[in-house]
Design a protein around this ligand. Structure first.
Ligand code: NAD
Ligand code: MG
Length: 407
């Protein structure tokens, strides 16, 4: 009785928040959640810094609405534009890669890492400061720099909370004291927009068709990754580093309704899962409230209305990117760094209509083979090593593209 009657002081009071990649899809969900929470508790959060890449209008709008102290745009030449857009607000403006790092390193209690791609790696590393909680959406950080990143997290004593919905689900049902009794982690995947398409039809898919995800509304890159199933491959690698699980204990399960966000199977036969509607505000709220639970405005799950949950095995023939990622995970060392960089180039080229959907896997595979030949798949020992390999893989994939040597 006394326990329940206890006045409850939310852990969230007056917390300083920074959002890296505030102008993107996860950034928008984070800002929306915070705006919602502020209705009940206006001074619960202070927004230290928001960052964007090119869109000063959206960044300035977000910074004004959230009352941010600092807004940083990645493109240095956009400084004037941002400064003008923030005139009279008292919000500090800055631009360029170093300003992004400074924003990330500014003292904050909670930092959302939601930049897309390896571009977010250095900012996420800069945010690793004692006392900070890092909410990690940017999976490419872990794929590209897994060991280096996790070592830096441990050294800084940072609380790392996964925001990617599958990893957030696993985190919620992973019994750390029973780690040795974990049999498998099962990552669910919707199957993407081409789940039922044959290879010939898929090869001609347009960017518009690829980004039309059946269940989730997301940025362009992750949407294409979801269509190739590379996203699930990247997530297997992400899970390997986050939960320290070997490749043999990681599985993919196609679940078109995206209700079960992932599962943990234990040796006693129990399988624990986390369920919810496909709304990123739920995993973000989990990371923001942790270790408590806070209310999020996501639609409530209505299982009667959904009626049926179905499951399928992934098809490695039609989705070769998944196989490439699994092989990179098993090979380990520097291979995921190359896979990730080549995939970013391939997806970018597909979105620019320079290659077809069917050529994405081929370009990634060709880059991996070139890296093997060049002896560049050894384990990167430092961030510098990772960035060097990332640069090499981008350059190599880029050259194959311009020379028309894509398979
Ligand atoms: P998005 O494209 O909508 O947003 C990306 C953000 O990164 C934007 O703010 C953009 O301005 C910024 N950015 C892009 N390039 C940059 C650069 N070179 N330098 C600095 N900033 C840059 O992407 P998103 O869908 O919000 O995804 C962000 C990350 O979260 C990705 O790693 C993605 O895999 C992961 N994620 C997203 C979702 C989702 O629902 N969208 C779910 C799980 C994980
Ligand atoms: Mg995910």
């Amino acid at each position: 009785m006394t326990e329940t009657a206890r006045v409850h002081q939310p852990l969230t009071a007056g917390r300083r928040i920074t959002i890296l990649g505030a102008t993107g899809s996860v950034g928008a969900s984070t800002l929306d959640l915070i705006a919602h929470l502020r209705k009940g508790q206006p001074d619960a959060y202070e927004i230290e810094a928001l960052t964007g890449f090119q869109n000063t209008i959206v960044l300035a709008r977000c910074a004004r609405a959230a009352g941010a102290k600092l807004a940083v745009i990645g493109e240095p030449e956009k400084y004037r534009e941002l400064k003008d857009a923030l005139a009279g607000t008292g919000i500090e403006a800055a631009a360029g890669p170093d300003a992004l790092l400074e924003a990330a390193a500014r003292p904050a209690d909670w930092v959302m890492a939601a930049i897309v791609g390896t571009a977010g790696l250095r900012p996420a590393m800069a945010a690793l400061r004692p006392g900070t909680t890092l909410a990690l959406a940017n999976k490419e950080c872990l794929v590209s720099a897994g060991d280096v990143f996790m070592r830096a997290v441990a050294e800084a004593g940072v609380q790392l909370l996964p925001v990617d919905s599958e990893h957030n689900a696993i985190f919620q049902v992973f019994e750390e004291p029973n780690r040795s009794a974990v049999d498998r982690l099962i990552l669910t995947a919707s199957g993407g927009p081409f789940r039922l398409w044959d290879r010939e039809r898929m090869a001609k898919a347009t960017p518009e068709q690829a980004v039309a995800h059946p269940n989730w509304s997301m940025g362009a890159k992750i949407s294409v990754d979801s269509a190739t199933l590379m996203n699930k491959g990247l997530e297997l690698i992400e899970a390997h580093y986050l939960f320290d699980m070997p490749a043999e204990r990681l599985e993919v399960l196609i679940h078109p309704q995206s209700v079960i966000h992932s599962l943990v199977a234990y040796v006693d036969g129990s399988v624990l899962a986390q369920l919810g509607t496909p709304d990123m505000r739920t995993p973000i709220a989990f990371a923001l409230g942790y270790p408590e639970r806070i209310a999020a405005p996501a639609e409530r799950l209505d299982l009667v209305r959904i009626g049926q949950l179905t499951f399928e095995a992934p098809d490695f023939q039609r989705f070769p990117c998944l196989g490439l990622a699994v092989a990179a995970l098993k090979q380990g060392r520097g291979t995921p760094t190359i896979l990730n960089a080549a995939n970013e180039v391939a997806v970018g080229a597909f979105l620019e209509r320079r290659i077809g959907f069917g050529a994405i896997a081929g370009l990634v595979e060709a880059t991996l083979m070139a890296a093997e030949r060049a002896g560049l798949t050894g384990k990167p020992g430092s961030l510098v090593d990772v960035l060097e390999r990332d640069r090499w893989a981008r350059e190599t994939a880029g050259t194959m593209l311009t020379e028309g040597r894509t398979p």
